[in-house]
Ligand binder design. Structure first.
Ligand SMILES: C[S@@+](CC[C@H](N)C(=O)[O-])C[C@H]1O[C@@H](n2cnc3c(N)ncnc32)[C@H](O)[C@@H]1O
Length: 356
């Protein structure tokens, strides 16, 4: 795998923004030999890379499966608090990581944590969506087809969920916002106001996999006020049997979050874009937390397409630009789940770009 060309200019100017027009073939055994603890798992199962901002999941497994070139450039498309990026940087002194996040607060947090690596030019923060990875890398002088690995740790961080002011959680009262980038797009309150009840029901059904989407949508649209997470939670509770309350709250909040951030389209644009930036033999790792994400990751990493069936040549042979590294998803150990319950639903899949 060749080392990509990239600029060596000073990183002191701040994270790049996509809006500013900046935007190995080996098996796992080829990963640098490091102990489990060095790779991010402490003895009690908690991540050695955890901070108050976010406790990254499956760190050891991700690093072992993703890092095949100790001098490679890697992309962390979901920088968050910088936990996975810190572990990738620790994997080998020659590793460089481009860390992308659409949330300015995440970027600022990770930059403070990784200030030394940024000053050395080993960490390059970029404010963009991960679907914009191609443009973000080009702006840094990193050519398509040269990257050693791309990581997407999907969804929201613990910090985003826990901060009431971000409006992601039914358990925290706050403005009904839910935007990962509060500087762009419409908030959940604005989305609800714009959609009619049928359109809102479609969102709840498609992205929350909630069968009672129609009565829920009617209750939400008929509510006197829809400005805070408490307003939304009240409307949901009023039209839901007690026994289903928690799972319905979780599904409707998830559905709106996915719609507000256009998350499924982001994934469908990002995975082909990630494939284009990878070098032959480079790896793509996706950590998914629910079936809508995991289904897309599974199909793409297996076949290089989101269709149910793979493309085949005239002889019926499967044509795929990717070769599976993980046949089954990697899941967290009981110890990790005990230390970090969020790890329970995590599914890590990894595939490698084939030579063709
Ligand atoms: C699960 S957290 C990642 C945590 C990170 N791995 C760590 O170690 O702290 C997901 C992060 O990805 C970001 N994100 C989600 N979708 C994104 C997208 N389409 N483009 C860029 N960033 C995105 C979120 O803002 C959030 O900070």
């Amino acid at each position: 795998m060749s080392t990509p060309r990239r600029s060596r200019r000073s990183r002191a100017g701040g994270a790049r923004s996509a809006d500013q027009s900046v935007p190995g073939g080996q098996g796992p055994s080829a990963a640098p030999h490091r102990s489990a603890e060095a790779a991010g798992a402490s003895r009690d199962g908690a991540s050695a890379y955890a901070t108050g901002y976010h406790d990254p999941v499956l760190v050891r497994e991700t690093v072992e499966l993703l890092v095949t070139d100790p001098a490679g450039v890697y992309v962390d498309g979901t920088l968050g608090g910088g936990g996975h990026t810190a572990a990738l940087l620790d994997a080998a002194p020659g590793v460089t990581v481009v860390g992308i996040d659409r949330d300015p607060e995440a970027l600022a947090t990770a930059r403070a944590r990784l200030a030394d690596a940024e000053a050395e030019g080993r960490f390059i923060p970029v404010h963009a969506t991960f679907a914009e990875v191609g443009a973000a890398l080009a702006a840094e002088g990193i050519a398509a087809g040269t990257v050693a690995g791309v990581l997407l740790d999907l969804g929201v961080s613990s910090r985003q969920l826990d901060a009431g002011a971000r409006g992601f959680a039914y358990a925290q009262d706050g403005p009904l916002d839910m935007r990962m980038n509060p500087e762009a797009g419409e908030s959940a309150a604005e989305l609800i106001a714009r959609l009619d009840a049928a359109e809102l029901a479609d969102v709840i059904y498609a992205f929350g996999e909630e069968r009672r989407s129609r009565p829920l949508a009617r209750a939400i649209k008929n509510a006197e006020r829809m400005e805070t997470t408490a307003d939304l939670a009240d409307a949901i509770r009023q039209s839901t049997p007690d026994r289903d309350e928690l799972k319905t709250l979780a599904r409707v909040f998830q559905a709106l979050r996915i719609a507000v951030n256009d998350e499924m389209r982001q994934i469908e644009e990002a995975l082909p874009a990630a494939l284009r930036v990878l070098a032959p033999g480079g790896r793509l790792a996706v950590i998914a937390y629910h079936s809508l994400e995991d289904r897309r990751a599974k199909r793409f990493l297996r076949h290089g397409t989101f269709e149910r069936d793979p493309r085949k040549d005239d002889f019926g042979r499967v044509l795929s630009p990717l070769r599976a590294v993980t046949r089954k998803p990697v899941i967290a150990t009981d110890e990790e789940i005990a230390a970090n319950p969020r790890a329970r639903s995590a599914r890590l899949r990894v595939a490698e770009k084939t030579e063709e």
